[in-house]
Design a binder for this molecule. Structure first.
Ligand SMILES: Nc1ncnc2c1ncn2[C@@H]1O[C@H](COP(=O)(O)OP(=O)(O)OP(=O)(O)O)[C@@H](O)[C@H]1O
Ligand SMILES: [Mg+2]
Length: 313
């Protein structure tokens, strides 16, 4: 299984540079998040890497093939869900799946039929398989478009906002599908999303782009570290009094302590993981009744908002 290597990838539309010298690597089996404001070039990047459009400059290897020299091989090896679902309204769900399965070279009829049934059942579409897709709801069409994108078990899968328009159960189904494909079957997945919680949960690494250029690449943990704020320790107690504050304010590693909401102490520690046990022990010894202990970390959303601050695209 192979992933993606992009080198100086650029795409211009007239005078507009939609993708600006992107270089990055996606490792085999990884779920890689592509994040960025509206119009920042995510969909264009996916279209370049899946050979739906040609780059103005730069090169990339996808699933072991060169996008410039072997576009047909790339197209066979990848699955794509773009903003335009590309399914046929006049065909039924099952006819759509058969059409794409055949186009992707799934020749064995029994195998093809069982794969189609497996996917339509997975997405709760099996009972509606004979109906024309034109009559489907938005979310049903989206689920069918995802089923279509994975029918041939592609080595590299591009999902451009897969959970947009989906209900919570369907959104979870898609996440489970992605995790299964990545962990068990070692497929490589590029996920474009505005849902930062979803990205945080699924992606081993993310790249944030703005105006077509990468502004940050790394694990969610790496991006958090780029932020100024370190994690804090929050301890919720039945009651807070001066005695508890005094018992912990001078402990080693405690830089500051504040009583925030009623019954809550927030500690600024040099190393929250290492210092938490001592803080909690001291609170208990001083008579504190501890209800909960949390380490508060900046979220991917905090990191994203800080990194993309100031400009809309
Ligand atoms: N075919 C095209 N012709 C001209 N300009 C285009 C074309 N496709 C995309 N663009 C422009 O390229 C830029 C990037 O668009 P793109 O669709 O890649 O953004 P995106 O990051 O996917 O945004 P969104 O989050 O809104 O989906 C935009 O300014 C867009 O108008
Ligand atoms: Mg887009």
């Amino acid at each position: 299984m192979s992933g993606i290597e992009a080198e100086g990838l650029s795409k211009r539309f007239g005078t507009l540079t939609a993708v600006d010298r992107l270089s990055f690597e996606v490792k085999p089996g990884e779920i890689f998040g592509l994040l960025g404001p509206n119009g920042s070039g995510k969909t264009t990047t996916v279209r370049l890497l899946s050979c739906l459009i040609a780059p103005s400059e730069g090169s990339a290897r996808v699933a072991g093939f060169d996008i410039g020299r072997e576009p047909l091989k790339v197209r066979e090896a990848v699955g794509v869900l773009t903003e335009n679902p590309g399914i046929y309204d006049r065909l039924s769900a099952v006819e759509n799946m058969e059409f794409f399965a055949e186009a992707y070279g799934l020749r064995d009829r029994a195998e093809r039929d069982s794969r189609i049934r497996e996917l339509l059942e997975f997405f709760d579409l099996w009972d509606r398989r004979g109906e024309r897709v034109g009559t489907f709801s938005k979310g049903m069409k989206q689920k069918l478009a995802i089923a279509k994108a994975v029918v041939h078990r592609p080595e590299v899968l591009f999902l451009d906002e897969p959970s947009s328009g989906l209900d919570p159960k369907a959104a979870k189904d898609i996440r489970d599908l992605m995790e299964g494909m990545s962990r068990q079957e070692r497929h490589t997945i590029v996920l474009c999303t505005h849902n930062l919680e979803e990205a945080e949960r699924l992606c081993s690494r993310v790249m944030i782009i703005r105006k077509g250029a990468a502004i940050a690449t790394g694990s969610v943990e790496d991006l958090r570290r780029k932020l100024h704020g370190a994690p804090e320790l929050e301890v919720v107690l039945d009651e807070v009094d001066d005695r508890l504050l005094r018992a912990t304010a001078k402990l080693e590693g405690v830089k500051a302590v504040n009583a925030s909401a009623k019954g809550t102490l927030v500690y600024d520690l040099d190393d929250p993981e290492a210092r938490t046990p001592d803080v909690v022990r001291s609170l208990v010894q001083a008579g504190g009744r501890v209800r909960s202990v949390n380490i508060l970390r900046p979220s991917l959303e905090d990191a994203y908002l800080e990194l993309t601050e100031g400009e809309s695209t």
